[in-house]
Structures are given as structure tokens and as C-alpha cells.
Design a protein around this ligand. Structure first.
Ligand code: PGA
Length: 257
């Protein structure tokens, strides 16, 4: 497999995960503030916003011409049918999404979403030409007990489908103990895990002709974004809480540029 082209380092991807936050008016204001900063400058990264489903339509109207892309936070593994409360990849595409986050640890842990299901969802999403952001991450218990790599390898191997390519798949390394806690791993720990993921992909996932982007998520802020992005193997960031504050998110975008 070819060595990851350094272009990913020069042009990182920043994915905002708004999670279950934001009512219509305040979220449109948040987007307006982000948009103003972006339009005033030349940004050196790809920016994707993943709002709650209720905001997709309104955001879809505001997003054209900004260079920002939109993504869903999940999708069903089937394309349509009797699945109350669910959303399909086709519906996300219909709302002009280009991305979808899958296998976030908040879904893996709270509703027991397993890797095999994540893989099926990814296949359905790829069939709709969505780029999947597939999340993997270990708990603190697993890290403390030297199980982090075992868990990450299992999640990577079982969550990524056969049709994955470097174009339609981004892997997000998100240690669960770093999400929403204000604690981040050391730069060495981040670098080691990103290298390990690259290694697993290149040795065991032969469907990738070129390496996919591997991004980091977990307590990213305007203050730590630059140093984390400078770690070898980090091709971008998945940002939760800090993406809900326009100034903070703008600092992260600047750090990436
Ligand atoms: P956080 O969330 O930045 O608030 O830690 C990251 C995520 O869950 O994707």
C-alpha cells in the first residue's frame, strides 16, 4: 500500500459533531457566525458539520457557496422501510449530506451498536455516495489493562466494509475516556495509536489501495488543536463540544489551516 500522501497533512479534515444539541434559531446563528469567519478567510482544511437531523434542511439551504460540507450523525443499515424513528443514508443524501458519522462510542455504549452493524451501515452509506467517518476507541479500563490495541484492531477490522476506499472512508480514533472529559491522551499516545491503526489497515484490510485518513477526536479545543494536528498520522479532527462555540471552532479551523 502506498505511503499516505502528505497532502492529507497539508489539507486536514475538521468534522464538527453537534450531537443532540441545538434548536433552530440558535443553531442558525451558530452557523452564521462560523460562516462569516470562513468566508472572510482562506481556510486550509475541509470542514464538515454534522448537526442533529432536525437542522439538516435549514442548514442545507445556508451551506451552498460556503465550502462547508454537511453530514449525518448516524444512519440505518437498510435503505428504507418500516423502521420507526430511524433515518436512512438515502434521506441524508437527499438533504445534501456528503458524510455520515458511524459507530460513535455514544452509540456503541448506550445502545449497544456493534461493529458488524456499523459495517452494514457503512455499506449502505457508501452505496449512497456518502463518506463514512467510522469511530473507534477504547475505554480507560481497556487502556489501563493493556487492551487498547486489541479493542481498536477488533473495531477497525469488523466495522469497515469490503467496499471501503481512501475516498469513501475516514477512521476517527476517539478514546472514550477523552470524550467530553477535558482530558486528552499525550501526543505520544495519540501518535502511537494512529500509527497502529495505519498498520492494521495496511496489513489486514486489503480493500484499501491507498491509506484512508485517520482523524483524532476527544476534548479537542482551540488550545490543543494545533499540537494534536502536528502529530504524525493525524489527518484531521472530530470535534464535539468545541464545535458548538463559533469562536472556539474557528480557532480549531485556523489551527488546521
Ligand atoms: P468532545 O466530543 O470534543 O466533546 O470530547 C468528541 C466526540 O464525541 O466526537
Amino acid at each position: 500500500m502506498a505511503r499516505k500522501e502528505r497532502i492529507t497533512k497539508d489539507y486536514p479534515i475538521i468534522v464538527a459533531n453537534w450531537k443532540m444539541n441545538g434548536l433552530l434559531r440558535e443553531s442558525m446563528q451558530l452557523f452564521k457566525d462560523i460562516r462569516t469567519s470562513i468566508l472572510d478567510s482562506l481556510i486550509g482544511c475541509e470542514v464538515v458539520i454534522c448537526p442533529p437531523y432536525t437542522l439538516l434542511r435549514d442548514l442545507a439551504e445556508k451551506i451552498p457557496g460556503t465550502g462547508v460540507k454537511m453530514g449525518g450523525q448516524n444512519c440505518h443499515h437498510l435503505s428504507d422501510g418500516a423502521h420507526t424513528g430511524e433515518i436512512s443514508a438515502k434521506m441524508l443524501k437527499d438533504m445534501t449530506c456528503d458524510f455520515v458519522i458511524l459507530g460513535h462510542s455514544e452509540r456503541r455504549t448506550t445502545i449497544n451498536e456493534g461493529s458488524e452493524l456499523v459495517k452494514k451501515k457503512a455499506e449502505t452509506a457508501h452505496a449512497q455516495s456518502l463518506t463514512t467517518v467510522i469511530c473507534v476507541g477504547e475505554t480507560l479500563y481497556e487502556r489501563d489493562n493493556d487492551l487498547a490495541k486489541v479493542v481498536i484492531r477488533e473495531q477497525v477490522l469488523h466495522s469497515i466494509p469490503k467496499d471501503a476506499t481512501d475516498q469513501n472512508t475516514v477512521i476517527a480514533y476517539e478514546p472514550i475516556w477523552a470524550i467530553g472529559t477535558g482530558t486528552t491522551p499525550t501526543m505520544e499516545q495519540i501518535g502511537e495509536m494512529h500509527k497502529y491503526i495505519e498498520h492494521v489497515v495496511s496489513e489486514e484490510l486489503k480493500q484499501f489501495k491507498n491509506p484512508p485518513r485517520v482523524i483524532y477526536g476527544g476534548s479537542i479545543s482551540g488550545d490543543n488543536a494545533k499540537s494534536i494536528l502536528s502529530v504524525d498520522g493525524v489527518d484531521g479532527l472530530l470535534v464535539g463540544k468545541a464545535s458548538l462555540d463559533a469562536k472556539e471552532f474557528w480557532k480549531i479551523i485556523q489551527a488546521a489551516g
